[in-house]
Ligand binder design. Structure first.
Ligand code: PXG
Length: 468
């Protein structure tokens, strides 16, 4: 089959996630056929540096034979069995033990799911069940954040704060509220009618104060939990000001509200610790996980459950009517187990913290001087560039879709870098080398240059049109 054959069949039969079906049908999709290390190879033979590790998940990179072997061996032994009805199997038990060893000390239990979205559905049921068991059944409200992503199931969608998603397929799950995000560049620096030109640390405290105000508005006796990503991923690699998390922790403690740290992206080394919560000194009651847990080789997720909630569910809960056919799937669990063993043996997390993260930060900062870039930020192996109009230092008009233009030029030059509006983001495999980071930054710079040149052409065309 040729590229055009795949594209024809794809157009005819395949509805892609988060995609304008009609527009893609007209354009034709790019066919990715192979992967090795930090590179993917498309059906035309183009080798592309995968600056997004798939979708924030291929942490050990492509082509790891050890993971293939772990899957093959487990499929021969026992491809599937469930964890319902008082049964389990060695891969699920071993993985549960490994995860709880790697997690902070107050976390000693895991509930397995098939994905991050299912993990957040589980979270919603667990926090409401917890408070019901504690004799406070009115504690049902969960507070999330605007522009957060917690998945695409109905609970994930409702907990998340993506306005365009909320506009489709409602009504949403009741008793979920959202507060502002700690996105200084977007909402502190540029204001958007809020707090223009504010100092980042004051802005971080103001966002925590907004959480407190929401709790008081809903009534503290009605609020079950606060859910947040340590660093927002899909929302645009939003790294909160240093003042934010300590202030949020204080607020939650003051009103006895559970903290859910969504570790689906930040977990498993992305921020240079096993969990993003460790980087920020959080002690979450619940941590949904997925993605990097298996380096994306097979779908698996879960919720790491702190002692406070787990002890109550165990001691007082009776049967918890919740679970998925593939909760703790043996083949997925075996691959996740091997993935974590390899990460430990190779010191991947420490290397991100001590070497790769600082190296990327230094190289990435050099891009801050580019005329199109208003801010370059990174933490561990997550990074973002905020694009601005060099003419006035302001955001571009949305209709120009400058971020998408830059993303397309990146792809053409052999780099996957995502755009979220006019924020360019990267999250490469954690096994990337210094030389490959140099390559990534070089290609990103070339794409910025090309974007600038394209914008200049467009402006000249417009001026000529006006003159004519
Ligand atoms: N929580 C977070 C923080 C996520 O990033 C999910 C939950 C849901 O996980 P599943 O496995 O159900 O997809 C995610 C997923 C993007 C993008 O465009 C991000 C995700 C998924 C798809 C696209 O950045 N994150």
């Amino acid at each position: 089959m040729q590229t055009s054959d795949y594209q024809r069949l794809d157009r005819a039969h395949h509805l892609h996630p988060f995609t304008d079906f009609k527009a893609l049908g007209e354009e034709g999709s790019r066919i990715i056929e192979r992967g090795k290390g930090v590179y993917i190879i498309d059906s035309e033979g183009n080798r592309i540096l995968d600056g997004m590790a798939g979708l924030w998940c291929v942490n050990l990179g492509y082509g790891r034979e050890e993971l293939v072997e772990a899957a093959t061996a487990q499929m021969r032994q026992l491809p599937y069995y469930n964890n319902f009805f008082k049964t389990t199997h060695p891969p699920a038990v071993k993985l549960a033990e490994t995860l709880c060893r790697l997690a902070p000390p107050h976390i000693n239990r895991v509930f397995f799911t098939g994905s991050g979205s299912e993990a957040n559905d589980t979270v919603l049921r667990m926090v409401r069940r917890y408070w019901a068991l504690k004799g406070q059944p009115e504690k049902q409200w969960v507070i999330g954040r605007e522009n957060a992503y917690h998945g695409s199931t109905v609970a994930g969608l409702s907990l998340g704060g993506m306005a365009p998603m909320h506009e489709q397929g409602g009504p949403l799950v009741p008793k979920i509220a959202h507060v502002r995000q700690p996105y200084w560049f977007g909402e502190g620096r540029f204001g958007e009618g809020r707090s223009e030109g504010q100092d980042p640390e004051a802005f971080g405290r103001e966002c925590a104060a907004a959480l407190e105000a929401k709790i008081l508005e809903l009534g503290e006796e009605n609020v079950a939990a606060f859910i947040a990503e340590p660093v927002q991923g899909a929302g645009g690699a939003i790294i909160p000001p240093a003042s934010y998390w300590p202030a949020v922790k204080e607020v939650l403690a003051k009103y006895d509200i559970l903290l859910v740290a969504d570790e689906v992206i930040c977990g498993f080394g992305r921020l240079g610790e096993w969990f993003g919560s460790v980087h920020y000194g959080l002690e979450p009651d619940l941590m949904p996980i997925a993605k990097g847990l298996s380096s994306g080789y097979l779908p698996i997720g879960g919720v790491l459950v702190g002692d406070r909630v787990a002890d109550t569910l165990i001691e007082e809960g009776g049967e918890f009517f919740h679970g998925f056919t593939y909760s703790g799937h043996p083949t997925c669990a075996a691959v996740a187990q091997r993935n974590l063993e390899l990460m430990e043996a190779e010191g991947v997390v420490e290397r991100v913290r001590d070497d790769l993260g600082p190296y990327l930060a230094q190289r990435w900062q050099a891009l801050a001087k580019h005329p199109l870039v208003g801010e370059a930020r990174s933490l561990g192996l997550i990074g973002a560039l905020e694009l601005i109009d060099p003419a006035n230092g302001e955001r571009f008009d949305e209709s120009l879709a400058v971020g998408n233009l830059c993303r397309d030029l990146c792809f053409a030059s052999g780099l996957v870098m995502r755009s979220v509006g006019d924020t360019m983001i990267i999250s490469p495999p954690l096994v990337i080398t210094h030389a490959e980071i140099d390559g990534l930054v070089g290609k990103a710079r070339a794409a910025l240059d090309a974007t600038l040149a394209r914008l200049a052409d467009t402006t000249t065309d417009q001026q000529e049109e006006t003159l004519a």
